[in-house]
Design a binder for this molecule. Structure first.
Ligand code: MRU
Length: 341
């Protein structure tokens, strides 16, 4: 029996609260978000993270900004620009804010009710996209499979059951899985701290490993599927996701595992032709040192800390969205998902 579903974003009576993911799993502390500036800081500082979850947070932040700015459209627009700039790689953030912008014609203060409704709709849609993806993705997994995932793609990262993790939990319930493995995900340890916690709450037995062990694992034992989420998928099917995903995709090809990417349409960026057009977020060196408890790095030693990488479409076996599963060639098929939208 699993515990109540984890949620990380609450919005009621124009009050936004976020479960502070920096403190998990040690402590479940909710942080009140009073303004768009608070939300921008929370997204930047990883209080909330995961592509869909930051989009949903930003949508609610647009409501807070409208309350604060009233008729001052220029100030409201500036708040929204700051939200979009908080993290550059996950396209859901820009997508959500642009959707909120379209809900206002003149004064944001006068459009409060429309903004509230749009933010709630966006949140609801993500939840139902999660359900659909879980069903489509789990349906592809043969009974007795071993799966390996990366980062955190569950309820903490989305508005519902998750992307890749939603597929894994459902596949487990459908008794399709022999073994579930999750990479610790350096340097912020989303896998070790968040995915392990979520899987335990869902009652799914799992093992964690350092991502450096993934090659040896795949060499020695059969891994059927590497299953990840995405932060942005371009028109040709290139996938930006948590740093380390490319390594796992290369290993999967080398050792005969298949690569499944699970992402809602809000993560697709059909306007960008390929992965070369994706800005990869670089975060502070301190994030790497702190993972080892080092506050002051040795003099003269810097760090390179890109937190995403781009997996070329040719290494991906299928992309699961709420509309179903697509297989290569992705070019054209990704744009096709928006036909009639
Ligand atoms: O830096 P993060 O923790 O926001 O990165 C999150 C990921 O890379 C996830 O894999 C991605 O957002 C898909 S989650 C639904």
């Amino acid at each position: 029996m699993s515990a109540a579903r984890v949620e990380s974003i609450r919005f009621a009576d124009d009050r936004l609260d976020l479960l502070d993911q920096r403190r998990l799993p040690a402590e479940e502390r909710w942080l009140p978000i009073e303004s768009a500036a608070d939300a921008t800081a929370a997204i930047r500082d990883l209080v909330v993270r995961g592509a869909p979850a930051i989009g949903i947070t930003a949508a609610y932040a647009c409501v807070l900004a409208a309350r604060h700015r009233g008729d001052d459209r220029a100030a409201w627009d500036a708040d929204l620009d700051a939200l979009v700039a908080a993290r550059p790689t996950a396209v859901n953030l820009r997508w959500a804010v642009e959707r909120m912008r379209r809900a206002v014609e003149g004064s944001p203060g006068a459009a409060l009710e429309a903004l509230r409704a749009e933010a709630r709709r966006l949140h609801r849609e993500d939840r139902s996209a999660n359900e659909a993806m879980a069903q489509h993705g789990a349906g592809r997994i043969e009974a007795g499979s071993t799966v390996l995932t990366h980062c955190n793609t569950g309820s903490l990262a989305t508005g519902g059951t998750g992307t890749a993790l939603g597929v894994i939990v459902r596949a487990w319930r459908e008794q399709r899985l022999k073994r579930v493995l999750a990479c610790e995900t350096r340097p912020w340890l989303q896998g070790l701290r968040l995915t392990a916690w979520e899987l335990a709450r869902e009652g799914v037995p799992a093992e964690v490993l350092v991502e450096g062990a993934a090659a040896g694992l795949m060499q020695r034992e059969r891994v059927d599927w590497v299953i990840t989420g995405a932060d942005r998928i371009t028109a040709n099917g290139d996938v930006a996701n948590k740093v380390g995903t490319l390594m796992l995709a290369v290993l999967a090809r080398r050792f005969g595992a298949r690569m499944m990417v699970v992402a809602p349409l809000s993560t697709l960026d059909p306007q960008t032709p390929d992965g070369a057009g994706i800005e990869i977020e670089q975060r502070e060196a301190s994030e790497i040192w702190r993972a080892a408890g080092v506050e002051a790095p040795p003099p003269g030693v810097d760090a390179w800390n890109p937190v995403f990488d781009v997996t070329p479409a040719e290494l991906i076996d299928c992309i699961v969205t709420e509309k179903g599963v697509i297989e290569p060639p992705f070019d054209g098929r990704i744009r096709g998902l928006f036909d009639g939208a």
